[in-house]
Design a protein around this ligand. Structure first.
Ligand code: HEM
Length: 109
């Protein structure tokens, strides 16, 4: 996440200038980096029982690769998803996974 933030600042000159002028804006940059350039691109889930998943018949034990980075760029979750916008409203971030095995690191200060 730290490296991705440095890359984002190198790529987006206007944002870099804004952060230089007001370092407190870094608190807006980091969530947009987490969304736009997910440090962890995917996670996995395994079927507890045979089931139909998104129209696919799957068996107990089968793995589903959950591409968190793609979810972050889903236009239904984040409109105009490829745009790097630190002022984005109602940002949805999937980079920490979800539910019982979601990353506990998300809530560290
Ligand atoms: C930007 C930083 C981080 C990102 C993007 C990240 C992302 C993730 C992701 C995607 C998962 C899998 C979640 C799922 O499958 O639903 C995960 C799991 C986990 N993360 Fe992180 N993580 C970060 C930092 C941390 C930190 C700092 C810690 C601990 C201090 C941590 C501890 C864990 C643990 C213990 C799990 C396993 C949870 C479980 O399986 O129940 N993570 N993390």
């Amino acid at each position: 996440m730290i490296c991705n933030t440095l890359v984002a600042l190198a790529r987006h000159r206007v944002v870099r200038e804004q952060v230089k002028a007001d370092p407190s804006l870094l608190h807006l940059v980091i969530p947009e980096v987490l969304r736009h350039d997910s440090p962890i691109q995917n996670t996995r889930r395994f079927l507890a029982e045979d089931a139909l998943v998104a129209g696919q018949r799957m068996k107990r034990g089968d793995a589903v690769l959950v591409v968190l980075a793609a979810a972050n760029r889903d236009p239904l979750a984040n409109p105009d998803p490829h745009r790097f916008d630190i002022f984005r409203q109602n940002r949805r971030i999937f980079s920490f996974g979800a539910a019982a095995h979601a990353c506990p690191g998300e809530h560290l200060p």
